[in-house]
Write a protein that binds this ligand. Structure first.
Ligand code: ZN
Length: 379
């Protein structure tokens, strides 16, 4: 939050209580002042960074919305879409994919052209790298579908995907589908033939399904360890199958709520940091105060600690985190060093969607303090 705004709305209790487990969030232990351009962190004293390793940026492949604006909202307006995108970038994300979740046709038809138009705007060149279409070809099973609405989930349908791509003006960069439904291979073949990275998630897929989809061009797993029912067979389940598949890169939500530290560690150790990608999965309450919000017709609760969930189902409903926050949570676990962190937050996500650092707009003064394991964004 900006200083000016903070003076208007003082939140004296927020910073320390909300992030008490973070290594850097202890009053008196921060050796120099810094600015965190993360609106909901409320951390920043005006100041300057005195040391740290400059990093090339942070790239987020899954951003559903920000600051009250959801990219899948039926009433999405271009101005709102612009505001949300600016907000994400101001909060420290260098470049990202606006993500549209499983929606009725009218929403795809209305929202995808709006997002594609925003992608064409000069200010977002090298910042908005394409669109992530998550669904509608996912599992309809409760738990596996997560916060995606069941009525809009579809069986694999190449013709409908073609229509989605057309509405998006050809800017779909990443497509999340379930691996197990009949027709998923054909869908994956078609999408990867169109230059779209295919990722597998919100599914009940087993090992054989994943192998089949890899042969059809699938490259990754969408938020591995999430988008699965709370109760699973102990051995035959999509999490083990995904972990064991060496061909699939793992996207992980390291916001501190979606995956416990032990699972983050297991995924990173199993896949290797070179085959992991951090995503925020930020939803529209991200960047807002704790409280209750209506998100796409559902009541979602954002807790003080940052956990965002649907009280009707108990399932998490996306995150309230920025990419910077996810990176700092991961850094605080001391699992990997700075190079691996930067790989997971910048180089790997770019490579997964077939891009490189040259495709991203200039640096954002992101710095990593290796002594304290913290990423900073200077202004
Ligand atoms: Zn999801």
């Amino acid at each position: 939050m900006r200083d000016r705004e903070r003076k208007k709305n003082p939140r004296p209790s927020a910073p320390v209580r909300r992030f008490e487990n973070w290594s850097f969030d202890r009053p008196g232990r921060i050796p120099y002042k810094m600015v965190f351009c993360v609106p909901d962190m409320n951390m920043g004293q005006e100041t300057q960074i005195q040391k740290g390793i400059r990093i090339p940026g942070l790239v987020d492949l899954q951003v559903n919305g920000f600051k009250g604006i959801h990219f899948s909202d039926p009433s999405l307006a271009q101005e709102d879409c612009v505001l949300a995108c600016r907000g994400v970038i101001e909060a420290g994300t260098t470049a990202f994919l606006p993500t549209v979740i499983t929606s009725p046709s009218e929403v795809y038809e209305h929202n995808l052209p709006i997002i594609a138009a925003v992608l064409r705007e000069q200010e977002f060149q090298g910042r908005l790298l394409g669109i992530h279409v998550e669904g509608p070809f996912i599992s309809a099973r409760d738990g596996a579908r997560g916060a995606h609405d069941a009525p809009w989930i579809r069986e694999p349908d190449v013709g409908y995907l073609e229509q989605i791509i057309e509405w998006a003006d050809g800017r779909v960069k990443l497509l999340t589908i379930a691996a197990e439904p009949e027709g998923a291979e054909e869908l994956a073949r078609f999408a990867s033939g169109r230059g779209i990275t295919v990722s597998l998630g919100h599914q009940m897929a087993g090992e054989a399904d994943l192998h089949k989809l890899v042969r059809a061009g699938a490259a990754s797993l969408t938020h591995l360890g999430n988008g699965v029912p709370a109760m699973l067979d102990r051995h035959e389940n999509p999490v083990w199958a995904g972990l064991a598949n060496d061909d699939l890169i793992a996207m992980i939500i390291s916001d501190g709520h979606h995956l416990p530290a032990s699972i983050l560690k297991t995924i990173i150790r199993t896949k290797g940091a070179g085959r992991c990608v951090v995503v925020s999965d930020a939803s529209s309450p991200a960047g807002l105060e704790p409280g209750e919000y209506e998100v796409l017709g559902h009541r979602h609760v954002l807790e003080e600690a940052g956990r965002l969930y649907d009280p009707a189902t108990g399932y998490l409903a996306g995150s309230s985190a920025t990419m910077l926050r996810c990176m700092n949570h991961l850094a605080s676990l001391n699992l990997v060093g700075p190079d691996e962190l930067v790989a997971m937050g910048f180089h790997n996500p770019l490579a997964l969607i077939g891009l490189g650092p040259e495709d991203v707009a200039g640096e954002r003064d992101l710095t990593f303090d290796a002594e304290r394991n913290v990423f900073y964004l200077a202004t």
